[in-house]
Write a protein that binds this ligand. Sequence first.
Ligand SMILES: Cc1cc2nc3c(=O)[nH]c(=O)nc-3n(C[C@H](O)[C@H](O)[C@H](O)COP(=O)(O)OP(=O)(O)OC[C@H]3O[C@@H](n4cnc5c(N)ncnc54)[C@H](O)[C@@H]3O)c2cc1C
Length: 407
Amino acid sequence: MLPSSANVVVIGGGVLGTSAAFHLAEAGIEDIVLVDRGPVGSGTTPMAAGQTGYLNSDRFATDFGLYNVEFFENFEARTGHAINFHQSGSLRITLTDTYHQDLDRRLEVAADIGDDARIISAEEARAMVPLLAPTPDCRIMLMPRDGWVEPKSVAVAYAAAAVDRGVQFHTGIPVTGLVHNDDRVTGVTTPQGTLQANWVVLAAGAWSRQLGQPLGINLRSVPVRHQAFVTAPLADARPDQPIVRITEPQFYVRPEAGGLLVGGYGYRPLSFDMDNFADGFEIAALEADQVYYEQLQAAAEPFFPVLGDAVRVQDRRGLPTISPDGRMVISEPTGAKGLVAMTACGVGGIDRSPGAGRIVADIVAGREQWIDPEILGANRFGEDFVDDVALRARCEEIYAHHYHDVY
Ligand SMILES: Cc1cc2nc3c(=O)[nH]c(=O)nc-3n(C[C@H](O)[C@H](O)[C@H](O)COP(=O)(O)OP(=O)(O)OC[C@H]3O[C@@H](n4cnc5c(N)ncnc54)[C@H](O)[C@@H]3O)c2cc1C
């Protein structure tokens, strides 16, 4: 039975909400309740490719990413629950001068922090990924610390670790609104009654923006569709091959169940207003855009000719949330003390979940934040993108250039 009060209420049991619950409990915060309208890991989280990647030409992203990669490398020691982190590295491949230069910047950052990322030859790449057909213009960088995880298992492991530390989980209960008193959020409403709280963590994925709106909170975080597909097993797909990310056509390929998982950006970006979906809509029911898949296949096939005859056995699609500058939003928005928005994780919420959870714990515990609060602050957009049309257009654009920009 849902209690009538708690110290902290977390809305949403995706990878972000469960990470927040774990990090809060680990920080010694007591009396935490997580509420999800479905089971844990039932939103966009289970649809993800689960890839991690921390080395960026943007120094903030690398510093933030270092916490994440170290967390994944030590997940079981940190939480008490194992996940299968396939740390087989990644190949980042660029085709043109502009993005060759991006690799140079990443190499400089790698040298700075003692990472042994390096440029490799097309032959070396093919030895690792036999199905890859690099073109002569390819420049290839190996990043050995990258990897991938089964995404739902991460949310499940955080949840188990949070339960071990005393967090209560209440699933099958939708939060219908935020309760507030002047400029302070004081709890949530549900069909089982009101739950009063000192803190509310808003980690409802695609629905976070919608939950804030009745209070006048304009979270600049918009759900944008992302799609990937999985092929049937292929003779030369190796389970331990590195992820391949090719910058200009913006697609990624990793091994999955004997075949390949292929996803990409820039293909028909489409944002959504969750008010236009019926109550009870679930991510699994999101309609597939077949043209997106056709364009993705056409972009990937020259580099992975085997895709021409491959049988597609699974579609993955969901609604990651995107901000106008591509960075996350993790902070108390103006006029909503006691509310911590945790959103706009982009197509990177699995990867960024450890660091995001840590920031939430810093805010609630009143600790100094390890990341400059301005960078991820909800108020950093000022009066920009107040209008929905402009906001959605900008977030679609950011999504469409995911591999072209750095955050
Ligand atoms: C095809 C695809 C590939 C991807 N690949 C990667 C990748 O390689 N690496 C990576 O890091 N990320 C990847 N992502 C992105 C990643 O999936 C998301 O960033 C992440 O899962 C978002 O997590 P979340 O917790 O914010 O949202 P969700 O997982 O959607 O969780 C939100 C939760 O809130 C609950 N909820 C919503 N409204 C309410 C309410 N009113 N009351 C109670 N509960 C509510 C939902 O039921 C849900 O459980 C990919 C996404 C897709 C679709």
